[in-house]
Design a protein around this ligand. Sequence first.
Ligand code: C5P
Length: 224
Amino acid sequence: MRKIVIAIDGYSSCGKSTTAKAVAAELGYAYIDTGAMYRAVTLYLLEHNISFDDLPRIEQALHDMHISFKRNRKTGRNELCLDGEIREDEIRQMRISNSVSEVSVIPAVRHALVRQQQRMGRKRGVVMDGRDIGTTVFPDAEVKVFMTADVLTRAERRQEELALKDEHVPVDEIVENLRKRDHIDSTRAESPLRRASDAVLLDTTHMMIDEQVDFVLERVSAKL
Ligand code: C5P
């Protein structure tokens, strides 16, 4: 059966990664969480005290750092590795969420990560989630979904995820972070977050995960 690229873009915390992971598992495809890659660059810059406007040091850092994914045999999940070390928990913390959109506006960062993402998906058979997959990384993706949901619903889901990792954050703070990220992501000059003209819109406010997964799988079967 031919292998395709499935691009899942949209606003922060709409359930993109949960849906993408389940779709990938169902099809036996690779799942690539591109947000994790922007988060990893942010973690690296913060840990190396590199200011977000110090372009020469950022370019050097992009050259030096190594971002990859490693499959966790117990959970079956792909975990983000920075320089060979699993950093999945750190990249999800609020301190990274609060800075990641400032890092992802930097063109040099976008160019490096987009190139790597295109390499990772060159054999197709991937589900990739992010903000610019259907517009920039794989404009020729066979299936494109653009996800959205009410901001309070998104914040409550995010709050639950953080609480499971023992990070207790008031819902107002999360709403503010989501609004700020959505604004920066949608208004940046370089590959802003926007729905590709051929992407199908999916509002997950009142949907269960299973329904979201079925929605995407139906679009996939129409293409295979
Ligand atoms: O998907 P997640 O919320 O983890 O993404 C974190 C941030 O990374 C986004 O708010 C956005 O600034 C950036 N991002 C991006 N392009 C992508 C994926 C994520 O700019 N393809």
